[in-house]
Design a protein around this ligand. Structure first.
Ligand code: DGY
Length: 323
């Protein structure tokens, strides 16, 4: 029997590739880092399944994908999927929730600690032979017993709140579309309006999905509400924050520091002023980047794509496309 064709645009571990090839014919185009829209239109023409990470799936592409049944994201975020267009063309979309929660939460704690205790800046100081004295010029800010404000209390937000509450005795504030009584009970977390949260938090963490509503949800007026000693952390999507406003807030010392894993443009422009600021930690979008977690994500995405092209219902359909 003819196997369904699956287009693969992201390098996969051998074991994951073997699993897919048991059920599907693989069209492997994972060597190129990116493909132009024109290349994608040609590649997608025969495919019944597409396995990728971050490739924009919109009506313009779907028009050229007459056999396509499923787009499987190797990521929990799915802002690359135009779910309205996918609904119109009857294409399923899946993502990889849960398996990365603890790994991303670990990284957020690393960002908080690094910014508060200035570990990157001071590591550089020591390596460059600049350690001449041990006075207040090396002081940082305490993480333990401080107040963490989480904007977006989803699964990853909860994993962070757990570490912050039980590992660092932090007080947890949160905003979310819905109040979460179980989170309030487990972590003694307190619900706040966004404005209250921004005013009261020592660490302000954005952990929300990127949608039309959340795009630039943090702007200049929000930085002006934060404490001058606040540390701002973003490990979800760069477009949640007006990056120009963040740069201004740091230049004008409206906040103490920022720790970022994501940017409005990725890879980040090498001329971006954030890259020259000593009080900004800049990581290259590595929230889920450990070997085990990336393997688990790839395998989950593979199971989803195989299910989608073989007439089964994939386990991880994105909420907007669930029937
Ligand atoms: C995710 O899974 O959404 C991570 O941010 C990687 O894109």
């Amino acid at each position: 029997m003819k196997k369904p064709k699956v287009l693969i645009l992201k390098k996969l571990p051998k074991e994951v590739e073997c699993y897919i090839s048991e059920h599907c014919e693989i069209m492997d185009h994972s060597d190129a880092e990116t493909h132009s829209p024109e290349q994608l239109k040609l590649l997608i023409a025969d495919a019944e399944g597409l396995l990728q990470s971050g490739v924009r799936i919109d009506e313009e592409l779907l028009k050229h994908a007459s056999h396509l049944k499923i787009v499987s994201n190797i990521s929990v975020g799915y802002n690359n999927l135009d779910t309205t267009a996918m609904k119109k063309y009857g294409v399923i979309g899946t993502h990889t929730p849960d398996v990365l929660d603890d790994t991303v939460a670990d990284l957020v704690l690393a960002l908080m600690l690094a910014a508060a205790r200035r570990t990157v800046e001071l590591d550089n100081l020591v390596k460059q032979g600049g350690w001449e004295k041990s006075d207040e010029s090396l002081f940082g800010i305490d993480v333990h017993h401080a107040t963490l404000g989480v904007i977006g209390m989803g699964r990853i937000g909860e994993a962070i709140a757990k570490r912050a509450r039980f590992g660092f005795d932090m007080n947890i504030l949160y905003t979310n579309r819905n109040r979460k009584p179980e989170v309030e009970e487990k972590f003694e977390a307190q619900f706040r309006t966004q404005e209250q949260l921004l005013r009261e938090s020592d660490f302000v963490l954005v952990m929300a999905p990127l949608t039309a509503e959340t795009h630039h949800m943090i702007r200049k007026e929000h930085f002006t509400l934060m404490k001058k000693t606040a540390i701002f952390i973003n490990a979800s999507r760069g477009q949640l924050v007006d990056e120009k406003a963040l740069i201004e807030a740091l230049e004008e010392r409206l906040i103490y520091a920022a720790a970022l894993d994501v940017y409005e443009q990725e890879p980040v422009d090498t001329n971006n002023p954030l890259l020259t600021m000593k009080n900004v930690i800049t990581l290259p979008h590595i929230g889920s980047a450990t070997a085990k977690t990336r393997f688990d994500m790839a395998m989950m995405a593979a199971r989803n794509v195989v299910a989608g092209v073989t007439g089964q219902v994939p386990l991880n359909i994105v909420p907007e496309l669930k029937s």
